[in-house]
Design a protein around this ligand. Structure first.
Ligand SMILES: [Zn+2]
Length: 347
């Protein structure tokens, strides 16, 4: 979970580091996570700095370089041992050009050629990747999908990001819009919800944290018995975390919202699986209704699995794994480093 304060954490024991080393950079609207990762995907050090997007992208790149220099010094590795950098950013983006296009949450950075700027500042080759694809690559490399060859990841957060990794390749597409899993269509009716992208009926319009909060708030007047009324009465807006907390207390309406969210995800996942046929679908992001250690999270995952089984072919129902992610918010920078390894490494 991101906070407004700077964070730093080290797990340094360089004796069994496997060379070469990669650096991963995960740029977000609030924070930038920068980490040093060895050839086995082990994190040697990482730090999160604030994006300070109002200062502009050139300043951001300068501070990325500065932070990376400090991390290298702190971990007692040589700058020369870093083979390449991986850079994940939100979309939209032009991956071949190394350029950011339109960023809804950090518009001051629009049309900035960030890949070459980072490469020049750090004097290293840079692999450029969508942040959701980077997260997927992280789970594929050393996370939930480490034993799998082909993975689809959905990142359930403020939006609904997607990543598809097929045997070491991140599916970026011909126009840098590949793996936009949040925008598969789950409702074609006239009443279909509007997605933040401006089109209707997309999975993100139903199953992101924002959409869950919106659906819950809109439907609440029809459920006068729901304990969620207390949130509104106290002057707060309902969040997806409230839905989780009230579902844990067995509020029937909150449980229904969780189940309906699972339903929409199962529909979207079925279309994605019928297109790609992966061996695993990983659910990441903060909106996991508590994840695998809570009753609500288990029910959420269980319902996605059972509805998927009903909607898909028997062989896929039997063999496709659906599970929660394990790397948390570290998957972005770890995966970006992994993409750099896949592009520039010798293996
Ligand atoms: Zn959309």
């Amino acid at each position: 979970m991101l906070t407004d304060s700077e964070q730093q954490s080290f797990d340094v024991s360089v004796t069994d580091v496997k060379l070469p080393i990669y650096a991963g950079i995960d740029v977000g609207g609030t924070g930038i996570k920068i980490g040093i990762v060895d050839d086995n995907g082990r994190v040697l050090a990482y730090q999160r700095i604030l994006t300070h997007q109002e200062k502009g992208p050139e300043d951001g790149v300068k501070r990325i370089h500065q932070c990376l220099t400090e991390l290298v010094e702190d971990t007692n590795i040589n700058w020369d041992q870093i083979e390449a950098l991986g850079l994940g950013t939100p979309g939209t983006m032009d991956i071949p050009a190394g350029m950011l296009l339109e960023l809804p949450n950090m518009s001051g950075w629009n049309h900035f050629r960030i890949r070459d700027a980072v490469s020049e500042a750090c004097q290293k080759p840079v692999a450029f990747v969508n942040d959701a694809n980077a997260a997927a690559y992280g789970e594929f490399w050393v996370g939930t999908g480490a034993e799998n060859d082909c993975l689809i990841m959905l990142t359930l957060g403020t939006g609904l990001g997607g990543g598809i990794i097929i045997r070491d390749i991140s599916l970026d597409g011909e126009h840098s819009h590949g793996s936009e899993c949040g925008h598969v269509i789950v409702d074609t009716s006239d009443a279909a919800r509007m997605c933040p992208c401006g089109l209707r009926g997309h999975m993100e319009a139903y199953a992101s944290a924002t959409s869950v909060a919106k659906r819950t708030t809109e439907g609440l007047p029809g459920y006068p018995q729901s304990s969620l009324h207390a949130v509104v009465k106290s002057g707060n807006k309902i969040s997806s975390l409230d839905v989780f907390e009230h579902a844990e207390k067995r509020d029937a309406y909150a449980l229904q919202i969780v189940k309906e969210t699972a339903e929409y995800l199962a529909i979207g996942i079925t279309s994605l699986v019928h297109t790609i046929d992966p061996d695993i679908v990983v659910l990441g992001g903060a909106m996991d209704f508590g994840g695998g250690s809570t009753d609500t999270g288990k029910m959420f995952l269980g319902h996605i699995r059972s509805r998927f089984s009903e909607l898909t072919f028997p062989v896929l129902a039997e063999n496709t794994i659906i599970d929660f992610a394990t790397l948390g918010s570290d998957s972005g920078f770890i995966g970006a480093a992994g993409v750099a390894r896949a592009q520039f490494g010798q293996n």
